[in-house]
Design a protein around this ligand. Structure first.
Ligand SMILES: [Zn+2]
Length: 114
């Protein structure tokens, strides 16, 4: 269960960054997940529900998963393009594996109640 440890890590990171009182007002967590990061949004959501129930914490917190597309920057012409259908080429046809986006898995933003 890769996703469960991932979610636990997200909470441990937040607990490291914020105090208990602040986390009591936590409303929503936005995750940024690259299309190549090998995680399924549905599985992350399920893991999130399982962890919050298990820990009996953050049960009112919403999870938003933003999947970002894979992008490459061509070393030949410098063009930045989105990878579609696993074709790692710029629009000029240069093959490129120079990933600049798509493998990340980050806490993008956290929302607290006012
Ligand atoms: Zn190119």
């Amino acid at each position: 269960m890769h996703e469960v440890s991932l979610i636990r890590n997200v909470f441990r990171t937040l607990e490291h960054e914020f105090g208990e009182e602040e986390l009591g007002c936590l409303q929503q967590i936005d995750l940024k997940v690259g299309a190549l990061s090998n995680v399924e949004p549905t599985l992350i959501q399920n893991a999130f529900d399982a962890v919050t129930q298990d820990e009996n914490k953050y049960t009112d917190v919403a999870l938003v998963i933003n999947v970002v597309p894979v992008k490459i920057k061509c070393e030949v012409c410098g063009e930045v393009s989105e990878v579609q259908n696993n074709l790692f080429k710029c629009s000029n046809g240069h093959p490129s594996g120079n990933l600049i986006q798509g493998t990340e898995l980050l806490i993008e933003k956290v929302h607290f109640a006012e």
